[in-house]
Design a protein around this ligand. Structure first.
Ligand code: 5CA
Length: 163
């Protein structure tokens, strides 16, 4: 289960916690006992629906890293999303490209706290959950949020990500 933790956050969470605090959302990050590397693991650890987990997926669009925040387990239709988003194309980032763009590793990528703000899409399906959870920089950390907050935090666009 989640636990509020008074000990220092892992280093990789600090930029995430700072970005949240700067947006008026202090003390949001929770440290989990269990690893939550995937949406299914996170949902099991938090006792919520998989669809209430926000996955932070990095893609490359014409060489530019971009972020797609999907409802847990949703597959991105890259051609359909690129067309809706007005981009020439999208391809999944490699683990090294993810690290370079976010400063975070796959399994713990957060929606915020990156070296530079990434153009972002928020999956429309996330609006169907009153409370959602996103990774906070490591596989053991999460924060509770909403689709509206994610749009505000990222300056992102709300779009369907499927076909
Ligand atoms: N901590 C959980 C949820 S809070 C988490 O980070 N989930 S995630 O979905 O955002 O991160 C795992 C995702 O990373 C997988 O769904 C998958 O899309 C992506 N991924 C896993 N392996 C690779 C890889 N080798 N290259 C690119 N992406 C990958």
């Amino acid at each position: 289960m989640e636990s509020r933790n008074s000990s220092p956050l892992p280093d990789r969470c600090v930029p995430v916690a700072e970005a949240l605090a700067a947006a008026g959302l202090p003390d949001r990050v929770r440290v989990l006992d269990e690893s939550a590397r995937t949406a299914a693991e996170a949902a099991a650890a938090l006792g919520c629906e998989v669809g209430a987990i926000a996955n932070s997926l990095v893609f490359l669009s014409g060489g530019e890293p971009v972020l797609v925040l999907t409802s847990g387990g949703h597959r991105v239709d890259t051609a359909a999303l690129a067309a809706r988003w007005g981009r020439a194309g999208l391809r999944r980032a490699t683990p090294e490209e993810v690290r370079r763009a976010t400063g975070q590793a796959i399994g713990g990528v957060a929606p915020v706290g990156h070296p530079r703000r990434l153009p972002t899409v928020v999956d429309e399906a996330l609006t169907g959950h009153d409370r959602i959870w996103a990774a906070a920089g490591t596989p053991h950390t999460v924060f509770p949020t909403t689709a509206a907050e994610l749009l505000r935090l990222t300056g992102g666009r709300l779009l369907p990500v499927g076909p």
